[in-house]
Each structure stands twice: as structure tokens, then as C-alpha cells.
Design a protein around this ligand. Structure first.
Ligand code: NAI
Length: 342
């Protein structure tokens, strides 16, 4: 690992929709790090990383990528089905790892990785629950800590993507773990965080296919709804959609005994109101990245700072295990049509 005076040499695997954004941030916007290597099976992605981001070396082979001379840390933005094996390989090499959510698609894998990362002297391991680094969510957490809404007892949280008429997401849907693991795992993590990490006991889910009939064969839906019960009596309601007409809309409401907090109602891009012949309204946020661009930067800064020994991480692999545990029960309930014990 680098000393505080030298830059952290980071390699990234996965240069797709999100990986490219992380790579661009690591190359241009995150202090105290250099993006030195990239890994992807797609030659064009590697060529672009070399030409546009100044990455020294591109690898199609993951093990050769990890052999890159002087590599200090690894960022994984690969398909979710690959996370467990790749995180394990990186940790066993003694290198710090940042992995996009979800940590893994099975509970056994999560627990194994959590145990590996908990061993004495193990390198830094971090999962990308980006909303924890968003200023509004951090303010929400702070106000709960200050007692502003009394005792929080219910979180209602949604992750709703704008409808892509090309249906491009159908390509990655089979490796995503389903709509709940892909989208709602964020809301589940938020619910745990905002409610004080209670133990979940039961989940029930249902859903509908509003636009994409292809999902039926995958056992998936394009609009999913779930209720999670916690042993404290607290509850969470999560909703995920891939079919919003107007834009990306992530919002979260926390109900407490003396008030409530609401983050991100609607999908307004900014504070500008447009009045014209169609009426009065806002332009809308296009996608998750536009909504959380700043938080993605803060998240990667936190990883780099932890790797450099400058700060400890505000979230653990156990948080990722618990989010996967709950989201797996939700996903199971969608298939069984029954409440599932957690
Ligand atoms: P994508 O399909 O656009 O990109 C995947 C990338 O991985 C591609 O560059 C592909 O070439 C590469 N890849 C495939 N197999 C590989 C291998 N064996 N070794 C190295 N690279 C390989 O997927 P997307 O949307 O960028 O998602 C990637 C991950 O990021 C997923 O786990 C997803 O859950 C997560 N994600 C997280 C979000 C968040 O809000 N935190 C938002 C979007 C995605």
C-alpha cells in the first residue's frame, strides 16, 4: 500500500455504464491516486481507457491485471455475477478492493467474503452503497441522530429508472440478480442505516410487468414492491421501477414519532421552473448517475483515503451481507408469492 506521500496506484475492472464513470473520476477528479491499469474483455473499452484516461496498461485477463507492477488497490465495476469470485481473488492477493453493489448474489458468498475481510491485517474492502455518501442522505441521518423526528419507525424508499424504450437493460437483467437486487438493495441498505440497523425477520414482495414482457421468462418484473419487517417493530417499504416516463426518481421518506423526513421527492433536475404553453414544471433527472454524481466522487475519495490509511470507512462488508440477506428474501417472496422468513 502507498505511503501517505505517494499516490495510490489503482486498477479498475469493468468499463461499462458505471465503470467508465468511476474510471474517469479516478483518472481526473480523485486526489492522491493514479489510475494505472484497466481490465475488460472488450478491446475497444481498453483502447479508450488508454487514449482518453491515460491508463498505462489494459488487460483482458483478470489475473494478469492483478499482476500489474506496483498495483496498490482494485475497483470492481463488473457484472454482479462476477463480484464474489473477483473480490475473493483480490483480497487473497492482499490488495484493497472496492466493489460495486451488490457484494455477492448469495448469502454464503457474502459471509465468506466478510470473514475474509475481517481477518487480522486484511486489506480494506468496501461496497458501493453510494447513497451513504450523498449530502441529503447524510443530513437525514444527522437529523435522526439529533432526535428531530423522534423514534424512526418506518422507511419508505424507491429507486425508479426512466423507461428506456430500447429495452437495453434487458441485456444485463439476467446478471443483475433481479430488479430488487439491482435497484432495491440500495433502499434496503438505507432502511437499515436510517432505522439503526435492526434485525430483519420477514419480507413480502409482489410486482407487475408493465412494459417488458421478456422479463417473465427471467422470473423478474419491471415494477416491484416489497415490505420488510424488523424485530424492533420497525418496517420498510421499497419500490423499484424500470418504467418511469419522466426521469430517474430516487426518494426516501422516514417516518418518526415526532416528524418525518423526505429526501428527493420528484425528479427535478434543479430549482428552475419552466412555464410554457404546456404548463409549469421542472426538467427531470435523466438517470442514477446524474442524481448521484457528487456522491460517487465522495464515495471513491473515501475508498482512496481508507487505502492510504487516512480514514476509516463508514460502512462495512457486514452491511453488504445484511442488505443481500434481506434482498434475497424479497426476491424469493416475489417468486413464491408468500412472505419469506429472513
Ligand atoms: P455494464 O454491463 O455496463 O458493464 C460491465 C463491464 O464489465 C463491461 O465493461 C464489461 O466489459 C466488463 N466485464 C465483463 N466481464 C468481465 C470480466 N470477466 N472481467 C473484467 N471486466 C468484465 O454494467 P454496469 O451497469 O456498469 O454495472 C456494473 C456493476 O455496477 C454491477 O454490479 C451493478 O450492480 C453496479 N451498478 C451500481 C450502481 C450504483 O448506483 N451504485 C448503478 C449501476 C450499476
Amino acid at each position: 500500500m502507498s505511503s501517505k506521500s505517494s499516490s495510490l496506484k489503482v486498477g479498475i475492472a469493468g468499463l461499462g455504464r458505471l465503470g467508465w464513470r468511476h474510471a474517469d473520476n479516478l483518472a481526473h477528479r480523485i486526489p492522491h491516486c493514479d489510475l494505472v491499469a484497466a481490465c475488460s474483455p472488450v478491446a475497444a473499452e481498453l483502447a479508450r481507457a488508454e487514449s482518453d484516461l491515460g491508463v498505462q496498461a489494459g488487460y483482458s485477463n483478470f489475473d494478469q491485471f492483478l499482476d500489474h507492477p506496483g498495483l496498490d488497490a482494485v475497483v470492481l465495476a463488473t457484472p454482479s455475477t462476477l463480484h464474489a469470485q473477483q473480490v475473493e481473488t483480490v483480497l487473497r492477493r492482499g490488495l484493497p478492493v472496492f466493489v460495486e453493489k451488490p457484494l455477492a448474489l448469495t448469502l454464503d458468498d457474502c459471509i465468506r467474503l466478510e470473514q475474509l475481510a475481517a481477518q487480522p491485517g486484511a486489506p480494506v474492502a468496501m461496497v458501493g452503497f453510494v447513497r451513504r455518501f450523498d449530502a441529503s442522505y447524510q443530513n437525514t441521518r444527522r437529523m435522526i441522530d439529533e432526535g428531530r423526528i423522534g423514534e424512526p419507525f418506518l422507511v419508505r424508499s424507491q429507486t425508479c429508472d426512466r423507461l428506456d424504450p430500447t429495452g437495453a437493460f434487458l441485456q444485463f437483467a439476467p446478471t443483475s440478480g433481479g430488479i430488487f437486487m439491482d435497484c432495491s438493495v440500495h433502499d434496503v441498505d438505507l432502511a437499515r442505516w436510517l432505522l439503526g440497523k435492526p434485525r430483519a425477520t420477514r419480507a413480502f414482495a409482489t410486482g407487475s410487468i408493465a412494459v417488458h414482457p421478456e422479463l417473465k421468462a427471467m422470473g423478474d418484473v419491471d415494477n416491484g414492491l416489497a415490505v420488510v419487517e424488523f424485530e424492533t417493530g420497525q418496517r420498510a417499504v421499497v419500490y423499484a421501477s424500470r418504467t418511469f416516463a419522466h426521469g430517474h426518481e430516487t426518494s426516501t421518506e422516514v417516518m418518526g414519532t415526532q416528524g418525518k423526513l423526505l429526501v428527493g421527492a420528484g425528479a427535478a433536475r434543479d430549482r428552475v421552473l419552466l412555464s410554457d404553453s404546456t404548463g409549469v414544471g421542472h426538467q427531470s433527472v435523466a438517470d442514477f448517475y446524474e442524481r448521484f454524481a457528487e456522491a460517487f466522487l465522495r464515495e471513491m475519495e473515501a475508498f482512496v483515503a481508507a487505502c492510504r490509511g487516512e480514514a476509516s470507512l463508514p460502512l462495512t462488508l457486514n452491511d453488504a451481507t445484511e442488505a443481500t440477506r434481506i434482498t434475497l428474501a424479497i426476491t424469493k417472496s416475489l417468486g413464491s408469492g408468500q412472505p419469506e422468513a429472513i
